[in-house]
Ligand binder design. Structure first.
Ligand code: FES
Ligand code: FES
Length: 170
């Protein structure tokens, strides 16, 4: 049995302890926004947050997240400043890598909401896009950052400003 917090809600799951977090999210919990790419920690398609840090869920056994906080792309709710910027800049092509890209960008902006170009490039360098959307990704990140607000707070994952959860208002 593993207990952890996922998008603001406690989960208790009876799964093999060596199961990668990615497959627990997709197969057990049906959260399919997080994607499988390489499966070996090299492409970033499976990026989620663990205690506010961007991590590769394909390479993280579920045993490693006991008592910790996980956030997936679903926690952003669809109207997050980064998601709005992604639409404004027409970032996705096939779209496959984009949830991982956005979660890496969200982790960056949580700690640095005025990143310069080099900081954006460094933070996003582990996320591969076969469609070559890198320029648009960087523009969208700067656009979201230019709103001048903290665009992502790991402690607020799954919660709205009034303390209710995203599920409660869905
Ligand atoms: S699928 Fe996890 S890094 Fe590629
Ligand atoms: S949009 Fe196709 S892989 Fe990134």
């Amino acid at each position: 049995m593993v207990e952890f917090e996922l998008n603001g809600e406690t989960q208790n799951l009876d799964v093999a302890l060596d199961t990668p977090l990615l497959w627990v999210l997709r197969d057990n919990l049906k959260l399919t926004g997080t994607k499988f790419g390489c499966g070996v920690g090299l492409c970033g398609a499976c990026t989620v947050h663990l205690d506010g840090q961007a991590v590769r869920s394909c390479s993280l056994p579920i045993s490693a997240i006991e008592g910790r906080r996980v956030a997936t792309i679903e926690s952003l709710g669809g109207d997050h400043p980064l998601q709005r910027a992604w639409i404004e800049h027409n970032v996705p092509q096939c779209g496959y890598c984009q949830s991982g890209q956005i979660m890496s960008a969200a982790a960056l902006l949580a700690t640095n909401n005025t990143p310069n170009d080099e900081e954006v490039r460094n933070s996003m360098s582990g996320n591969i896009c076969r469609c070559g959307t890198y320029n648009k990704i960087r523009k969208a990140i700067q656009s979201a950052a230019s709103e001048g607000v903290k665009t992502f707070d790991p402690d607020d994952v799954g919660r709205t400003g009034d303390g209710s959860t995203l599920e409660e208002i869905a």
